[in-house]
Design a protein around this ligand. Structure first.
Ligand code: LMR
Length: 351
């Protein structure tokens, strides 16, 4: 019996010994894995920035510039990770992803935001923009703050507008010069009621399609034509699947750069300031770069592709404008004459 008790005690002691040894080892492991670098990593802030275009576009390059500036200004504490070409989210779901906080930043075209900010219809009116100095004043001057303050969604904060350029028309059937040439053709449109109405007034049909699917839609003839900037036509090689390109400059494509509000509120004030500073510098840089890029790429398309190019005459432009008058009246009723005039003649425009 005594032998048996002794045996049990020995086993118990061995088990206790093993337990304390193991516990000690775990503590040691934790102590060993701690170092200064790990503490630094914990404080790092990551901004996941999703967009739908290629890297070599005004928005793609602006996102990279912004990432560089943010890292520089915060000594690497804030890193911007960019997901281009819709690899994370497409036109259909990027806004909801931002609201949920699954990503921290997006920059969709303002057309795609009209359901959320109805006043922005004014920005999609055909021919409302007609000169670069006006675009710059509206999208990077005093008016831009006024426009951004129209975002009422509490989950999202508008930081800036980035620019792409003037939109042009492409088609596969007839060249698009007179309003009559659009009749019965089907055009891809990005989501946005004003753009849809514009084509309806031209007696054309529309298909709302994510940007990443346009090349295929044109290739398979699901759609006959589309409107976009030279930079988007160039980077997605749309000119290879279309016969005609009309330089119409009828609309302007720009982006609302937005951040998740909860994420923003959680940032220390000095970091917010540095991000805002990086954003301001990027916006001004992007304005200049975008105009240059569209020019150069137009030249490249002219020299190296077989697409036929046309430029609207003043007379043809007048006819298009005439066709769009009902749209002006409709938008004016909704947003007011003052807002239309503000966009047409921004007070701080440098001519
Ligand atoms: C489009 O859908 O055509 C554009 O908004 C894509 C973009 O982001 O430039």
């Amino acid at each position: 019996m005594t032998k048996y008790i002794g045996f049990c005690l020995t086993i118990l002691l061995l088990l206790l010994g093993f337990y304390f040894y193991q516990n000690n080892l775990d503590n040691e492991r934790q102590t060993l894995s701690y170092d200064d670098e790990q503490e630094g990593l914990e404080k790092q802030i990551t901004i996941h920035f999703s967009h739908v275009v290629a890297e070599n576009t005004p928005k793609g390059l602006a996102a990279q510039k912004f990432a560089e500036l943010v890292s520089e200004k915060t000594n690497g504490q804030v890193q911007v990770h960019i997901f281009q070409n819709g690899i994370l989210y497409s036109d259909d779901d990027e806004y909801e992803a931002l609201q949920r906080g699954d990503i921290e930043m997006i920059a969709p075209s303002f057309s795609k935001m009209i359901d959320t900010v109805p006043e922005w219809k004014v920005l999609d009116l055909p021919f409302i923009f007609n000169r670069n100095s006006q675009v710059e004043a509206v999208l990077a001057g005093q008016t831009s703050d006024h426009l951004l303050s129209m975002i009422k969604d509490k989950k999202v904060k508008g930081l800036s507008f980035w620019s792409n350029g003037f939109k042009q028309m492409t088609s596969d059937g007839t060249p698009l010069l007179e309003p009559e040439h659009f009749r019965g053709q089907t055009f891809r449109v990005m989501p946005g009621p004003v753009i849809e109405e514009q084509f309806r007034l031209l007696n054309a049909r529309t298909v709302v399609m994510p940007f990443t699917e346009v090349y295929q839609g044109l290739g398979t003839r699901e759609i006959d034509g589309q409107e976009n900037t030279i930079s988007n036509i160039y980077s997605k090689r749309l000119y290879r699947v279309q016969k005609h390109l009309t330089i119409s400059n009828h609309g302007y494509l720009a982006y609302a750069v937005m951040v998740n509000q909860k994420f923003w509120n959680g940032l220390p004030e000095d970091i917010q300031e540095k991000i805002q500073e990086a954003m301001r510098e990027t916006t001004l840089w992007n304005m200049k770069e975008a105009a240059k890029m569209n020019e150069l790429q137009l030249q490249d398309i002219k020299e190296n592709s077989t697409i036929q190019m046309y430029r609207l005459t003043e007379q043809q432009k007048k006819e298009w404008l005439q066709t769009f008058q009902p749209l002006y009246r409709e938008v004016e009723e909704e947003v007011g004459r003052d807002l239309i005039e503000l966009i047409q003649s921004p007070p701080d425009e440098e001519r």
